[in-house]
Design a binder for this molecule. Structure first.
Ligand code: SF4
Length: 264
């Protein structure tokens, strides 16, 4: 098969496929720096590429002086994280603007405040990708890396993007002990990625719910706890379906199960 060299990996080696086929390179990247570099080059979903770039060009009036990121958003957090938080997809004027997961939008205000409250983030506020915010023992990612119109990726788009999360799980495999999933869509996507990464997901697949907890074994004997949490979207937080205390409770449970902050 004829292939073209694409953008440079973090180590300077060109990726094998062009940006329109970037997910095909996910399985070959050797670390999270390379994976993050690969993700940001991807142009595999024509509808999402057009949307993310259109949003970045037109902008929201309040942000018209800012240069939007307008690209796929990589994971955020340490490479030896024990907890992985999985959302849905970047928000058009949040992560698609700032270039970092849950940064610069109302959902992120709730999530980072809760993370800070339980000791998983250095600050309660996230405004921009280089604002100095640090996460402790925790990485944040998503099954779809580009902002979708109406926050709804198609099944094809979800499927196309899945290799990135699957590889992220593999590369975190040595340390990650708990995954917190925000919302039912992320839950379904995570279960598919876990199966791809060698985790023995029960059948029928475990159902999502706020407070749900599932323990999943890997073929190599590792164990993973997966916790469900309603998504931190305005739809949930404005209606009171999800309160800050509920988010903190799930994150505190994740911290306890993963042993974050108890090693020394
Ligand atoms: S959603 Fe994923 S697969 Fe599709 S263009 Fe964005 S990064 Fe690539």
């Amino acid at each position: 098969m004829a292939v073209m060299a694409s953008e440079q990996a973090a180590g300077g080696v060109p990726f094998r496929h062009p940006p329109e086929q970037a997910p095909l390179d996910a399985a070959a990247v050797v670390d999270l720096d390379e994976l993050d570099a690969l993700v940001t080059t991807c142009r595999a979903c024509p509808r999402l590429v057009a949307w993310r770039e259109e949003v970045a060009r037109v902008k929201r009036a309040a942000f018209r002086d800012q240069e939007y990121w307008g690209r796929p958003v990589p994971g955020f957090g340490p490479h030896d994280a024990s907890i992985l938080i999985v959302g849905l997809a970047p928000a058009a004027h949040g992560a698609n603007r700032t270039g970092r997961m849950f940064t610069g939008d109302r959902s992120g205000e709730v999530l980072y405040a809760a993370m800070h409250a339980v000791g998983l983030a250095s600050r309660p506020v996230a405004v921009w990708r280089d604002d100095g915010l640090e996460l402790y023992g925790t990485r944040i990612s998503a099954p779809v890396r580009c902002a979708p119109p109406a926050n709804k990726p198609t099944p094809d788009e979800r499927h196309r993007c899945a290799p990135f999360l699957a590889r992220e799980l593999e590369l975190l495999g040595g340390t990650v002990r708990v995954v917190v999933v925000l919302g039912g869509f992320g839950w379904q996507a995570l279960m598919a990625s876990l199966m791809d990464a060698g985790w023995l997901v029960p059948r029928p697949r475990p159902r999502f719910g706020h407070g749900a907890r599932v323990r999943i074994a890997h073929r190599d004997g590792r164990m993973l706890d997966v916790l469900g949490c309603f998504h931190v979207s305005q739809q949930n937080t404005f209606t009171g379906r999800l309160t800050p205390a509920m988010v903190e409770e799930v994150l505190a449970k994740a911290k306890q199960l993963a042993g974050v902050g108890t090693d020394d």
